[in-house]
Design a protein around this ligand. Sequence first.
Ligand SMILES: *Cc1c(COP(=O)(O)O)cnc(C)c1O
Length: 252
Amino acid sequence: MESPAAPDTLAIAANLASVRARMAAACARAGRQESSVRLLPVTKTVSAARLRAAVAAGLTRFGENKVQEAKGKAAALADLPVEWSLIGHLQTNKAGDVLKFAAEFQALDSLRLAEALERRLHGAGRALDVLLQVNTSGEPSKFGLPPDEVLPFARAVAAFGGLRVRGLMTLAEFTPDQDRVRACFRRLRQVQTRLRDTALPAHMNWDELSMGMSGDFETAIEEGATTVRVGQAIFGARPLPDSHYWPERPTA
Ligand SMILES: *Cc1c(COP(=O)(O)O)cnc(C)c1O
C-alpha cells in the first residue's frame, strides 16, 4: 500500500492548486495560453525538509534570492532532480558560486559581474541562462538597470558567449496600489519592445519577462509575464518583513 502523503506535501499541493487556478484565470482574462506562463516557486526561508515535501507535491525548480542559502539547499537536496534559479543580487566575488548549482541567473545588472561570470563560464566551457534585472520602480534602494541603460548594457554583454541572455526581470514598486504596480510591469514590457526593435545579435533572446510575486502575479500575467516568482502564496507567509530577507542596495 502506498504511504499517505505527508501533511506538508498536502498543504503545499493545495496552495499550488490555488495559485495555478489564479494563474489560469489571469491568462483567460488576458487571452493568453496557460502554457505561456511559467511558475517559479520561491523558497527563501523554507527549510530543506519542507522543500522535500514540495518536490513530493510535484515541484522541480526553485528560486532563491541569496546565493549562500541557495547553495546550502542545493547541496541538501542533491539527491533529488531539482533545478535552481538565482533571482537576487549577486556580489562579483560570488560569481563562481552560482555556476556550482544554478541553472539560471535572473538578476544580472552590472558589467563587472557579467565579466566575472563570463570568465568563469569560459573557463568551465559552459553557458548560463541569464535575465537582465531592470529597476522599473525608480526606487534607489532597488537593484537593477535603469530602463534607459538596458540597451547599452545589452550591447556590452553581446560579445560574452557564456551568457545566454533570455530576457528581463523586475520587481515592481512595493505598494498596495495596483496601478503603480502595473505601471512597473508595463515599463518592463516597453524595454523589451525597444530591445526587439533594435539590431542586436540574434543569439540574444528577449522573450522572457520575469515579473510578479504573491501579491501581484495576476497583474503581471495581464501585462505579459512569462515567469511569475511566487513564494508566500505557496509556502505560507514569512515570519519577518521582506526588508529582513532583501538586503537593500546601499544608496550612500
Ligand atoms: C521573495 C522573492 C519573490 C517572491 O515573493 P513572495 O512574496 O514570497 O511571493 C520574488 N522575487 C524575488 C526576487 C524575491 O526575492
